[in-house]
Design a protein around this ligand. Sequence first.
Ligand code: IMP
Length: 430
Amino acid sequence: MSNVAVIGSQWGDEGKGKIVDVLSKEADMVVRFQGGHNAGHTLVIDGVTYKLHLLPSGIVRPGKMSVIGNGVVVDPKALLTEIETVKAQGIDVTSDNLLLAENATLILPVHPALDVAMEEARGAKKIGTTGRGIGLAYEDKVARRAIRVCDLAHPEYLKERIENMLNHHNVLLKGMGAEEMSVTAVYDELMSVADKILAYSGVAWRAIDDADKAGKKILFEGAQGHFLDVDHGTYPFVTSSNTVAAQAAAGAGVGSKKIGYVLGITKAYTTRVGSGPFPTELHDAVGEEIGKKGHEFGTSTGRKRRCGWFDAVLVRQAIKTGGIDGIALTKMDVLDGFDEIKVCVAYELNGTRIDYLPASTVDQANIKPVYETIKGWSDTSQGARSWAEIPAEAVKYVRYIEELIEAPVALLSTSPDRDDTILMQDPFRS
Ligand code: IMP
């Protein structure tokens, strides 16, 4: 029996919410370890849609412990709003099923303000951030300026920390022509939510260790995707955290050996929100159709996602550099009805065929995808719960992908409904 980490193997939005929900049936504890409310995980359970951003997906299942680890950046107001939203949908959220790491970094109002101002200043070269202040909060963490959950319990110290932080940020805000922030206003706002936040705060690493010692099954829930990783992604068009499974150890406070199986959630085609290189992007009617059929609009920001064919080079690289053991292939049904389907099997850079995504932004912008074209299928794979219900050509597509990415498809998802899933390999038992 092993613990499982679920991560995105493309640019996020691969359908992690549903897969985590499927697996959380078995898990006792679900842990978020990076990112913040830039994430958007959609769960559809008994016809009810839940949109989660900061809360671990385990929250919608009774009897599961959800943990927000130290690697997450937490906007206190966004967290409380999200708790209220799911409570209004009939979900119980108390300190019995939600634990917030006392050493998690807080996102303060100055972070989204600067995020938006900096994006504006970048003009055409903008990253396309979610505007939630994620990158700025991580910058403060690394610069040792951040305010953490535990600081809310010490008002005098908190004020000192806010002063220290704003000494830095107000210079920036002023320089950008934006309004400076007052220490008192930030302090008062934080103190108005401090007790509510502290009610969920605790020693997350110990709770995880206790659960592990007791033989409980732990699911580490990643956000975003491999190519948004600050080291391994399409830098600088990335988020500001490590999104790879290895981050689950640092961002939750467990030894890396505790992460047994790494499941890479992988869409049967490719999407991306925000700016940055995207070799297989389609700017034609096919791309439009994929977007329409796949409802490709961001959960967090409502932005239209860019769409393209499956990029096997990219996913294979995620598998190698992220230690992915097997993938969960999602949204297969979106490809139903296409006469032919293309798969990117290599790139061409300045006339040379290459089998990896180069690190240089300039090279990434210049690479051309090399496609293999395969026959599509007219029958539907939507809602299939066994291989027998999958059209033969679609099965061939899955097998071809496995061969190209050098990893097995452990799980196949054929609709947003959690029951429409075919399990080939149980990650908790692999
Ligand atoms: P940030 O995380 O808001 O700083 O945004 C940095 C980049 O990551 C932008 O291209 C965003 O669109 C992208 N991004 C952040 N969170 C997600 C996500 O949950 N899904 C997909 N893309 C994301």
